[in-house]
Design a protein around this ligand. Structure first.
Ligand code: 4NP
Length: 170
């Protein structure tokens, strides 16, 4: 049996979700992981990402997203996977990028507890007033830059919100 104070049990688990899990959510995952490390909270906060579709299962993030991320010193290197119903129990924050993701994730939820974990990424924006993180897949370079700007802003707000809600002590 696990010790009741085992850190694993107290971990806050964050899952970012988009459609393909190759552009927006792996970028959010990489940015949030960097921020968590910068705040020395990697033992307390776990970060992953998933797609509502399984179209790109096993793939690295889109080359364009990797290149735009690299210009900001990020290495987006997660492998795409499809969201599963059990994620709604395993994670504490399920953070979606747009309204379509929201509808799709919501349709997997069967309890109020699961529903209450679903947030829009832009709920945590500090500087930006966008109400969604737009899909950059069929657009140009500026779309990828906008996604990174929105994500860098909102991950800061998210970490702030997590720090206000949870206490992290060894
Ligand atoms: P993402 O972008 O949801 O941010 O990963 C997309 C990736 C792939 C596709 C659409 C959006 N697709 O149509 O394959």
């Amino acid at each position: 049996m696990r010790h009741p104070n085992n850190r694993e049990d107290k971990k806050v688990r964050v899952l970012f979700v988009c459609l393909g899990n190759i552009c927006r959510s792996p970028a959010a995952e990489g940015i949030m992981k960097q921020l968590v490390e910068d705040n020395e909270l990697q033992d307390f906060i776990e970060v992953e990402s998933a797609g509502t579709s399984g179209w790109h299962e096993g793939d690295l993030p889109d080359e364009r997203m990797r290149a735009h991320g690299a210009k900001r010193d990020y290495d987006f290197n997660s492998r795409a996977r499809q969201l599963r119903k059990s994620d709604l129990d395993r994670f504490d924050y399920i953070i979606v990028m747009d309204n379509s993701n929201y509808t799709n994730v919501k349709s997997l939820a069967s309890t109020k507890e699961q529903l209450d974990k679903i947030y829009m990424m832009t709920d945590f924006s500090q500087l930006y007033r966008h109400d969604q993180v737009p899909d950059p897949y069929y657009g140009g370079a500026s779309g990828f830059e906008l996604v990174l700007d929105l994500l860098e802003d909102a991950t800061e707000g998210l970490l702030q919100a997590i720090k206000e809600k949870h206490t992290f002590t060894y």
